[in-house]
Design a protein around this ligand. Structure first.
Ligand code: ATP
Ligand code: IP8
Length: 258
């Protein structure tokens, strides 16, 4: 089984509130189908999740009851995004269902707690693809918090033990600096824990879940001698398909754990 996160940077335009990249998602769903990989898919929030969460500091938990309408708004926006992704999966012939993370998980001080994976396992045992996504989730200590798609990826690794884990974004992999603002930044084909301090994940885009730095740490934690974890560009047609087929593609592979 291969676990895939479709990042918010590739499925939405992170600079424009609630802008869905339908054509890209439709193509990526077909690439996943055509590869024949038994996949479980998670997706990020992009401009459906991060913009309002940042405006109301939802990542810090309950500070002020004026945040509550924003909690409801972000959950609404994320469900709309999720149903649009599910629709593209169904159109590609994959039986996908929406599983909001708050229906299975809680958090405690920002850490995702899995009491019982039965709902997820029941779906996958029937050949149904449960699709989870970054969202606002209730938190035992902070009232609520933002659970990122990257956190969900880590938890799903413990539930499904995938042989390969793929993060899809809109750039070729991990660079020394943001390649969008530093066009001559060098692509790093391997990510090791030693690189954590030297890579800059700064970007001017709204992101409440730690951006590239948090992703690097999650990728290193996910990697084991038996499990490869790769960051690949989903904006380039065919690249995800080739990676899933086992071909060498431009990408970054995490090595050696955290
Ligand atoms: P989301 O969190 O919304 O699901 P995502 O998982 O696609 O999004 P981001 O956190 O947006 O991931 O990270 C990808 C973005 O990070 C790219 O669009 C890129 O411009 C930016 N970025 C900043 N610094 C770097 C870097 N050093 N290497 C690669 N990308 C970087
Ligand atoms: O985009 C965060 O998930 P991510 C989702 O995977 C929200 O970091 C609601 C901001």
């Amino acid at each position: 089984m291969i676990l895939i996160k479709l990042g918010g940077s590739v499925i939405t335009d992170k600079t424009q509130y609630r802008t869905f990249n339908r054509d890209v998602v439709s193509r990526l769903c077909k690439e996943i189908r055509d590869s024949g990989a038994g996949a479980i898919i998670v997706h990020g929030g992009g401009s459906f999740g991060h913009v309002v969460s940042k405006e109301y500091s939802l990542q810090n938990g309950l500070i002020d009851f004026r945040q509550i309408p924003a909690v409801a708004r972000v959950q609404y926006d994320m469900r709309e995004l999720n149903l649009m992704v599910i629709n593209e999966l169904l159109n590609a012939g994959m039986p996908a269902i929406s599983v909001p993370p708050g229906s299975c998980f809680m958090m405690d001080d920002g850490k995702l707690i899995v009491d019982d994976p039965k709902v997820l396992l029941s779906a996958s045992h029937l050949g149904i693809m449960p699709v989870m996504f970054g969202d606002v989730v209730f938190d035992r200590s902070k009232g609520f918090g933002i659970c990122s798609g990257d956190q969900i990826m880590e938890v799903l690794c413990t539930i499904y033990n995938p042989k390969k884990v793929v993060f899809v974004s809109d750039v070729d992999g991990l660079y020394e600096k943001d390649p969008k603002t530093n066009p001559d930044a060098k692509l790093l084909t391997e990510l090791t824990s030693e690189l954590l301090s030297s890579v800059s994940g700064e970007s001017g885009i709204d992101d409440v879940t730690g951006g590239v730095r948090a992703k690097m740490e999650a990728m290193l934690r996910i990697t084991t001698p038996e499990r490869e974890c790769v960051l690949v560009n989903g904006s380039v047609p065919g690249r995800l398909y080739s990676l899933l087929k086992g071909d060498e593609v431009i990408s970054t592979t995490a090595k050696g754990g955290l």
